[in-house]
Design a protein around this ligand. Structure first.
Ligand code: MN
Ligand code: MN
Length: 459
């Protein structure tokens, strides 16, 4: 069980493959800061690699590549294999939503001679991390007519950015005495958006902002009601360290495993099994809603595949699930040198040491866990060892200290064999997460070899 750093004993070729792969990954991060933008990138990439919209096909044949775009927020993709679908599929599932701040439905107000937006945070954030950094706005505003206006401000060097202010240390005596989680309140995460008044008397800065929005985007104040505008860090993902060995950037949970899955399904050779990828939404708030994995939309996708290959008998979908194998491709916690005491060293992941396998997730006495069967963990080890994929086994942290989950249990509940398998991250859920380029590339290799596996799980 001696762990070894992945960068050791690499030849020049391998090292270059890793660095090249991560150039593509960094581009993906920078153009996919929301689930809608990631969805767009993924659908474009799938189409460029020969995948077609499942809705446009009546019949499916072996080798066909299809995707299903669920409302522009989640994507399923499949390559039809030689075997019957009811014999099971090789499935990998990641999520494309990340913690962020959403605008409230009625966001714009003026206070103390400045204009601001009210926000409502999405997912588990440490609120203080979102103050005094440059922020961008992405999303859509939908008119009652159905007209959709896309908004993206803060990425281009010539764009303005936005920010959430924080108290100067000179006057922060009371704030500094508070607990970390109470020092910044949800209702003080207000985004600074303007300061020039127009000529009217009352709320004239707010009115000036509304004039700008009307002129530039054709948006009225009431249109915010039917909008989804997301506040994300405006800074770019980049190489980190003198040796350029790491990636620092926003949204790596879980766009890192999403990218590795996308690259794996668009480059894998066929195994006998049908190969399927999930790019889910809403994981960070419990996989709820019709774009989250609790939705029956995935069943609909599978049923559609079954119908179109001509395997549409009663109970076929359950049979397919019970014969299927899945990697839940989501990130884990890498050991942070500054906070080592939350990790139990013998069962912790280090960045740069390969992809991590989490037999189970959950918290305390495995509450809410997805716990993979030993037979399936053995199977996955077999696939990785055969393909020289470096892996480490871990838990999120010490037993009593916290916990977490992924989409794994939702698919496991359907009857699928599922194992959590992803990239270790430092500063997870912060605006600037850290991964190792070695692990990003190893995730791609791991997922590709899983897709290509033709072995059987032995019970
Ligand atoms: Mn995640
Ligand atoms: Mn997360």
């Amino acid at each position: 069980m001696e762990k070894e750093c992945g960068w050791k004993n690499l030849n020049e070729n391998e090292k270059n493959s890793i660095l090249d792969f991560n150039e593509g990954y960094i581009k993906f991060l920078n153009s996919s800061k929301t689930e809608r933008l990631a969805n767009m990138f993924i659908v474009n990439e799938l189409e460029s690699k020969g995948f077609v919209n499942l809705n446009n096909l009546e019949v499916l044949n072996k080798g066909d590549k299809v995707y299903f775009n669920n409302r522009g927020k989640s994507v399923f993709a499949a390559i039809i294999g030689e075997n019957k679908l009811v014999d099971g599929v090789n499935l990998i599932g990641a999520h494309i939503d990340s913690p962020r701040l959403d605008l409230k439905p009625n966001p714009l107000y003026e206070d103390a001679n400045l204009a601001l937006f009210k926000t409502h945070y999405y997912g588990g954030i440490k609120k203080y991390q979102w103050t005094t950094i440059p922020l961008a706005i992405h999303g859509v505003v939908v008119k009652p007519t159905g007209e959709k206006i896309s908004i993206s401000i803060g990425e281009d060097e010539t764009d303005p950015v936005f920010t959430i202010t924080d108290l100067l240390p000179h006057l922060a005596v009371n704030q500094s005495d508070k607990k970390l989680r109470d020092a910044i309140e949800g209702e003080s995460l207000n985004l600074l958006v303007g300061s020039i008044p127009n000529n009217e008397e009352k709320e004239s800065i707010k009115k000036n902002i509304l004039n700008i929005l009307k002129g530039k985007y054709g948006i009225e104040e009431c249109d915010f009601v039917s909008s989804e505008l997301e506040i994300v860090p405006a800074f770019k993902a980049r190489s980190l360290g003198f040796d350029r060995s790491m990636v620092a950037g926003y949204g790596q949970d879980d766009r890192v495993c999403s990218y590795a899955t996308l690259e794996a399904i668009t480059s894998c050779s066929s195994s006998g099994y049908t190969q399927i990828a999930i790019f889910a939404d809403k994981e960070e708030i419990g996989s709820v809603g019709n774009t989250g994995m609790y939705s029956d939309t995935f069943d609909l996708f599978i049923t559609d595949l079954l119908n179109k290959v001509g395997e549409n008998e009663v109970g076929a979908i359950n049979k397919l699930y019970c014969n299927s194998r899945m990697l839940s491709a989501d990130v884990g916690a890498g050991v942070d040198p500054n906070y080592q005491d939350v990790s139990e060293k013998n069962n912790a992941s280090y960045i740069g040491y390969g992809i991590e396998l989490n037999k189970y997730t959950g918290s305390r006495g495995k509450s809410g866990a997805s716990d993979a069967n030993a037979e399936f963990v053995g199977f996955v080890r077999g696939v990785f060892e055969k393909n020289n994929v470096k892996y480490q086994v871990s838990e999120l942290g010490k037993v009593d200290i916290g916990g977490g989950g992924t989409i794994a249990y939702i698919l496991a509940n359907k009857g699928i064999d599922v194992l959590d398998c992803g990239v270790p991250v430092i500063s997870m859920h912060s605006p600037y997460e850290v991964t190792s380029k070695y692990d990003v590339y190893t995730a791609y290799k791991a997922y590709k070899s899983f897709y290509e596996s033709n072995d059987k799980v032995r019970y």
